[in-house]
Design a protein around this ligand. Sequence first.
Ligand SMILES: NC(=O)c1ccc[n+]([C@@H]2O[C@H](COP(=O)([O-])OP(=O)(O)OC[C@H]3O[C@@H](n4cnc5c(N)ncnc54)[C@H](OP(=O)(O)O)[C@@H]3O)[C@@H](O)[C@H]2O)c1
Length: 316
Amino acid sequence: MPDKKIIAVLGATGAQGGGLVRAILDDPNGGFVARAITRDVTSDKAKAFAHMGVEVAAVDIDDEKSLRKALQGAYGAYFVTFYWVHFSPEKEMAEARNMASAAKAAGIKHAIWSTLEDTRQWVPLSDNRMPTLMDKYKVPHFDAKGASNKVFTELGVPTTFLLTSFYWDNFIYFGMGPKKGPDGKLAIALPMGDKKLPGIAAEDIGRCAYGIFKKGSEYIGKTVGIAGEHLTGEQMAAELTKALRQAVRYNAVTPEAYRGFGFPGAEDLGNMFQFNRDFEEYFCGARNLAVARSLNPALQSFSAFLAKNKSRIPLE
Ligand SMILES: NC(=O)c1ccc[n+]([C@@H]2O[C@H](COP(=O)([O-])OP(=O)(O)OC[C@H]3O[C@@H](n4cnc5c(N)ncnc54)[C@H](OP(=O)(O)O)[C@@H]3O)[C@@H](O)[C@H]2O)c1
């Protein structure tokens, strides 16, 4: 394999990174091999990759030296941070900085940074349409990623900035699936009004990233936004109704109501949906379906995603 280019994948045992590792494995003649980077090389998921012949490397992402070591000899790197593990934008920015500086030191030729908008460019802190959170942010898990873009640029890391979309997998794992109301009927609650939300199967993010690596230098220095489809709440509910063979309503709650749901991160997500709703034209426009499909011809629609995953959606 000496002539193959190594792609070091952060979050390889997770949603985005896992999709990239599987895309590389599915294309044995594509000229790339994956290096799966994990905190725990003995986990079942890490061992499963090792059994498939993937190099597995240990890392502590809070330690720049350990990251540098994990990137040594790699051509490319996929960088994603894990906001929902710690809920700290400062920590997320520090991790992004570690990744960028390790990439620079290791001489990475092409980094993909999984990012989102710094929403404060659209909704400054003085804009009271939504509350300021943690004193400095509107949508902390977006703002921290967007604010970190400049670290990659300033350090001169050849980077593609990958704007991701709402995972449809959130209907399985993130407690956003259909829930029974007092009337016993299923509904999804989103504060999107009648606006469209760009969504994607999480797996497809990594598969699009693979497409970016395959294009060589074409996307270096560029921002690429991807989604599988742009759908309204009504359209998602209609697809869920078809797939689950029982009626699912769309409950268009207000952002205020959503922020008050009380689960960890509810305010952050309430602001996020409000941003997506209020800036629909920009937000959907920045996530081009045709570009995503050109990077990943097997890109899934919501109905294709549901056909595969409907049995995994918990119905409460
Ligand atoms: N949910 C959405 O709709 C959505 C949409 C767009 C973007 N995002 C963003 O996606 C990011 C998460 O990516 P993901 O969904 O691919 O992650 P994930 O599936 O939750 O997990 C990714 C992997 O990261 C590793 N990990 C977690 N904490 C780590 C740490 N402190 N140090 C090193 N590795 C760590 C874990 O691997 P090991 O245990 O093997 O180390 C885990 O398997 C978040 O920042 C989120 O904001 C989410």
